[in-house]
Design a binder for this molecule. Structure first.
Ligand SMILES: *Cc1c(COP(=O)(O)O)cnc(C)c1O
Length: 438
């Protein structure tokens, strides 16, 4: 705040036209106080047993060892907020603050979580009705920013000083960024084959980061073992209740972008499943306040063939998913061999009439190339996996070309290795135009 007002004074003396009001609106995204609004958050509920837990104190999993879900007084929210109230607000994540748990405006962190675009694919697959929700444009280059923006804001509100997390990369980067913004210490554990760019990004954003010789759930075990001695609050996926609330804003935002409607089908790259569970929750809450009807999109959980525990459980008709051994895929964001929220993912997929689909790495990379060449849109491997699954679903009539499908591109491709481009030219050699023909 001190830094902010100091900048504000210099800035205002250089640009007298930028008066207080304008500054407030410009700096709204830089930590200046947002208007205080009523939070309708009432309590937490165990996603398996329905047992309730009070708001206002830190929680991890329920007594039953299952994720906790935030609950709201939706009847009061319905009376207290009108869709038209949103019109004058910035197009960001906090425009939905009544649907979110943070009570005090001063605890709402922001690094500029924009409304992400919905881009139509015009040529690929004959230009059906396919929209890409491009989440790669969020802070730290992935939609993990939505989840961690909320979770760290709540940590701030609850007075948590030290956070620890296992990550495949993107969640750690988002944690590091928001924790640094909030002045909270962060400790991050990555599988040793996490791309170097992720590890360095996490370190440079201010977290303490270690590479561990194991998978993400082995990293999670280290967090569990160290938390007592180190006073860490465990931020593993779904082991704290508020990342889901941040991811829920994808569902709120998507419905608003479609004129308070939902698409016919959503293809979601599924690792821990936070986003799929969050969106499903969003649609229920929107229906409860009368902003959506009964229609739900079919939820398609997309995984890589080299790590597809949810797909296997879906096909077996099982309520939970067994751990996937020897997990391997280029789409590291969805390389999650065992998810605590497996049953919530499976429930949402089944209730929606959707499916779980696995696509091989070759199809992911080929689809990534096709869409980049035909549409100018370079997807991350996880986003490309949803497109490959869409193509497969078209072929097998799981979805028709007339239906509106939304694909989620959840992270920037620029943090992944890309195919080499090796052509060189010698500027001293005689010009030879034949090298440009092919
Ligand atoms: C984390 C991640 C996913 C998976 O998200 P979940 O909601 O945890 O299933 C997909 N894509 C990218 C790029 C990610 O970073």
């Amino acid at each position: 705040m001190i830094v902010c007002s100091a900048i504000s004074k210099t800035y205002l003396s250089i640009y007298p036209a930028l008066d207080g009001t304008l500054w407030d609106s410009v700096a709204g995204g830089m930590g200046s106080p947002l208007p205080d609004t009523k939070s309708y958050f009432t309590h937490l509920e165990c996603s398996a047993t329905g047992e309730t837990y009070p708001a206002g104190q830190p929680h991890n999993l329920s007594q039953a060892g299952k994720p906790l879900l935030a609950r709201y007084d939706l009847a009061a929210l319905k009376g207290g907020l009108d869709q038209r109230d949103l019109a004058s607000r910035p197009q960001d994540l906090w425009r939905y603050r009544e649907f979110l748990p943070v009570a005090s405006a001063g605890n709402r962190l922001t690094l500029g979580e924009i409304r992400t675009p919905l881009l139509p694919l015009n040529r690929w697959k004959g230009g059906g009705r396919v929209l890409v929700k491009d989440e790669s444009r969020l802070p730290t280059g992935s939609f993990k920013a939505r989840g961690l923006c909320l979770a760290v804001s709540m940590a701030k509100e609850l007075g948590i000083r030290r956070i620890a997390m296992p990550t495949n990369g993107n969640a750690g980067a988002a944690l590091a960024a928001y924790a640094s913004l909030a002045g909270i210490e962060s400790y991050v554990f990555c599988p040793e084959d996490t791309p170097e760019v992720n590890v360095r990004e996490i370190a440079l954003q201010g977290a303490r980061v270690w590479k561990v010789n194991g998978y993400i759930h082995h990293c999670g075990q280290l967090v569990a073992e160290g938390k007592e001695a180190m006073g860490w609050f465990d931020f593993s996926t779904l082991k704290e209740p508020y990342r889901i609330e941040g991811k829920k804003t994808m569902g709120l935002e998507l419905a608003e972008q479609l004129g308070w409607d939902v698409p016919d089908v959503i293809f979601y790259p599924t690792g821990g499943g936070t986003g799929l569970i969050g969106m499903w929750k969003a649609f229920h809450e929107l229906e409860a306040v009368g902003w959506l009807g009964k229609k739900r999109p079919r939820m398609m959980a997309v995984q890589a063939s080299g790590c597809a525990p949810i797909v296997r459980a879906f096909e077996l008709g099982a309520p939970f998913a067994e751990e996937w051994m020897e997990a391997s895929t280029v789409a590291s964001g969805i390389r999650v061999p065992k998810a605590v929220g497996d049953f919530l993912i499976l429930q949402a997929v089944r209730e929606s009439g959707g499916a779980a689909m696995a696509v091989p790495d070759e199809a992911i990379l080929e689809t990534q190339r096709e869409i980049a060449h035909q549409e100018g849109l370079l997807l991350g491997p996880e986003g490309a996996a949803t497109a490959a699954a869409y193509a497969e679903a078209l072929r097998t009539d799981l979805v028709s070309g007339e239906e509106t499908a939304v694909l989620f591109n959840c992270g920037t491709p620029l943090k992944y290795p890309m195919p080499p481009a090796t052509a060189t030219l010698d500027r001293h050699a005689p010009f030879d135009a034949t090298v440009f023909e092919d």
